[in-house]
Design a protein. Structure first.
Length: 419
């Protein structure tokens, strides 16, 4: 038992020292309120990636408007030959411009596909921002929960120390065996090890929050309680599952896939190339104008493979859109039920904590009076510690349920819309 406790204490102390050595107290700072932190995190790499995707889609849409470039050709004929037969007198030089002409609405199809790509990228960016806001809220609450677990562990250690003092007094008075004091010391060592672990976990939670927020140095604490803000039960109006960003992303991608099918179908239509040139004849008194049209013959390549691939992608996008709609409808119903259940669980754990507090108080009074054994006091204190941990677990579950439902509404955990 003592070896196990020693290993846990060594692990906790090593984690704490490693984290503290990488933080640096000179750069210590407290995380601002959640809404402010989210607003300051718009330039983080996670958000910058989303902006880059939108910029990429805009560039592709701009390129889709471009028309084919003309080409310039220069031909020379009969510039080398037999002078005895006057071959050089028949030299011809032709300057020609070739302009491809797109037929079948290829350019308009490309433009429509490019615009659909922009819409899809923008909706994906919004969904990504919502996901980031949800993850940041969970990390912020995780840091708060880790901080509260330190308080719980500190309370457990203080109570174990107080119980040890009582046990020593009873041993000194001859009312308890020496074994009871050793048991109380073991409980105190365990509580102190739990406290060190809780401190290490807080350092890890703050480091994760800092990384998500794009802050190079780790936060040392938070300035707002998200858990306390959730004590008031929110009022939810009608929630339209079809307005969830996951559904909007799937619908936008389905539309982009449909536009891509049209583009591939139009590419199967042959283009023509208009040719206009000027030919200079050495034996003639002036230039001659030449013109022509080049038309490819689609004997071998009719773009059938690309059309089939685009249609398959469209089928997949339609299936994903249908799945997203079903998931959103189920998610809204499940989200409302989970929020209600989480609120009830949080209330129940508060009542359990009150009962455990009273049980520990009575057990300590009985032990000090010599009316109950130490084992009952230890059991009551452990029950109190479990009740405190259950309260934190319930609060974390409540925040997670609220965050999930808020994302379906397109909101942050604090109720602000994500732009």
């Amino acid at each position: 038992m003592n070896g196990y406790i020693g290993r846990r204490r060594a692990f906790a102390l090593a984690g704490t020292l490693a984290a503290l050595s990488s933080v640096g107290t000179a750069w210590a700072q407290t995380a601002p309120p959640f809404a402010q932190l989210l607003n300051q995190s718009r330039d983080t790499p996670r958000v910058a990636v989303l902006d880059a995707e939108v910029a990429r889609a805009r560039g592709l849409a701009e390129q889709a408007r471009a028309r084919p470039n003309p080409s310039v050709s220069v031909y020379a004929e009969n510039f080398i030959g037999d002078r005895s037969r006057n071959a050089t007198d028949q030299q011809q030089t032709t300057f020609q411009i070739d302009q491809p002409l797109e037929l079948g609405g290829k350019r308009s199809a490309r433009i429509a596909a490019g615009e659909a790509g922009i819409v899809a990228a923008q909706v994906r960016g919004l969904d990504g921002r919502l996901a980031y806001a949800t993850e940041l809220a969970r990390a912020y609450a995780g840091a708060e929960i880790a901080q509260r677990r330190i308080s719980v562990a500190q309370s457990q250690a203080d109570e174990a120390a107080a119980d040890l003092r009582v046990a020593r007094a009873l041993v000194d008075a001859g009312k308890e065996a020496r074994l009871r004091q050793l048991q109380a010391e073991t409980e105190l060592n365990t509580a102190q090890a739990e406290l060190e672990i809780a401190r290490a976990q807080q350092t890890v939670a703050l480091a994760r929050l800092s990384a998500l927020a794009g802050v190079p140095t780790s936060f040392t604490g938070i300035s707002e309680s998200l858990l306390d803000r959730l004590n008031a039960k929110p009022s939810f109006g009608p929630i339209d599952p079809m307005q969830a960003t996951t559904v909007r992303v799937a619908e936008a991608e389905r539309e982009a896939a449909a536009r891509a099918v049209t583009v591939q179908q139009r590419l199967a239509i042959p283009n023509i190339t208009a040719q206009v040139g000027v030919r200079q004849l050495r034996v003639a008194s002036g230039p001659a104008v030449v013109a022509g049209i080049a038309v490819p013959l689609p004997f071998f390549d009719r773009n059938r493979g690309n059309i089939a691939a685009a249609r398959a992608e469209l089928q997949g996008a339609e299936a994903r859109a249908a799945t997203a709609r079903l998931d959103a409808e189920t998610g809204v119903r499940a989200g409302l039920a989970l929020v209600e259940a989480a609120d009830q669980r949080a209330a129940a754990t508060e009542r359990t904590l009150a009962t455990a507090n009273e049980g520990y108080r009575l057990a300590r009074i009985a032990y000090e009076a010599g009316k109950s054994p130490l084992i009952e006091l230890i059991a009551a204190r452990r029950s109190l510690g479990l009740a405190r941990g259950t309260v934190l677990d319930a609060q974390a579950s409540r925040l997670d349920a609220r965050a999930t439902l808020a994302r379906l509404q397109g909101l942050t955990i604090t109720g602000e819309p994500v732009q």
